[in-house]
Design a protein around this ligand. Sequence first.
Ligand code: SF4
Ligand code: SF4
Length: 429
Amino acid sequence: MDNKKYFHALQILEDNCTGCTACVRVCPTEAIRVRDRKAHIDPNRCVDCGECIFACQFHAIIPRSDPLDLIHNFKYKVAIISTSYFGQFTEDISYEVAKQALYELGFDDVQEEAMVTEFMVKVIQNYIRANRDKRPIISSNCPTVVRLIQLKYPSLLPNLFHLEAPMSILTRYLREKIQEEKGLKEDDIGIFLIVPCAAHVTAVHQPEGAYKHLQDGAFSIGMIYGKVREHIKNLQNNPPQIATYPKGLTWALSGVQAELVDCEDIRALSVNGVENVMEILSRVEDHYLDQYDYIVMRSCTNGCVGGCFNVENPFVAMSRIKKMIKEGENGEVDIHELEELYDEGEFDVAPLTPRPIMELDTDIKAAIRKMKQLNEILTSLPGLNCSACGSPSCYALAEDIVLGKATIEDCVVLLKRHSKEDEQDPQQK
Ligand code: SF4
Ligand code: SF4
């Protein structure tokens, strides 16, 4: 068992939790339990997919992101925006105005993830051609997908595309460039991500596979949205002239990345939504999809526009971004310097290791004994998998009982059955 402490960007507000178990039923990694009418998240199993945030009607699961004031600890403050940010505003708010509003929050520089799209496509294609033996290569830019593979599909770790994610590539590049151009020390520069999901906040605080800590914090789109809207009101009367790169916004949309990588000698597939991702990962494990060279996987509906920190419906956000791509004017992007850094190995990442889910016991004999015990308990449970006990299935409850985290009395169906029997035959008591 790995004793590493995992950071997570989701938090349960006990006072709001009613113990309804809706979150238990949607969690793809069975990380949530309800005991004594309160939900708890197992940090070893959580992949920060955010499904529980969507499921909770009582606002008892909230995102954790850094306070905006953090930027004042740095002389030079940079924001890197996830492409999904631009889908969050009504159509009367232009791309330029939405971007300028972030400068008004106090940033000295605002850069878009979209700037590295062209570079990424080229690098991914070259990587696929050089690693035909590992096909299908699986995209690594969704941190939830990376964690899912570490946790549930470790045999697929060699298939993961082995490079920093786009926002991290941009961070490395900007840090070097700003130090050089502004004559600043590394510690004077604060680089922050504006992100659509909990998984990205976690990736900033606990980067997987990256050699060193890259960014200085992450702000959820939802958290800054209100402040941004206030500035937008003033900016709309005086729209700014500002460089934008709509062509690169495709990165936020599921399907389009696969289309960009797909070419004469590369066949790509795209999948989104955590259930679909898990189904495809199982098929890749079974060599059922060996005909593909590249599979783009995003845990959220429609890709990052479906992230749990966004404010707009993912379908509406997707349509708005497509409109921007169609109508916008593209600034110049010189990928030459990025290519140089890439050649120097600046964007390489360390190999990822599996993240073992809790075993029954580290001692093999004790584990076999516990497995037997688990099966016995399982045969006495009703097999309804209703989650009313607070565990996601009867099997999970049996496992929790063996691990000392629950008791057979937690099964409400059995409890009711027994009390009915007692009513009918009080002598049996
Ligand atoms: S969905 Fe989960 S966190 Fe929300 S109220 Fe129900 S049990 Fe509590
Ligand atoms: S698809 Fe995008 S928004 Fe959703 S978890 Fe992955 S990286 Fe985050």
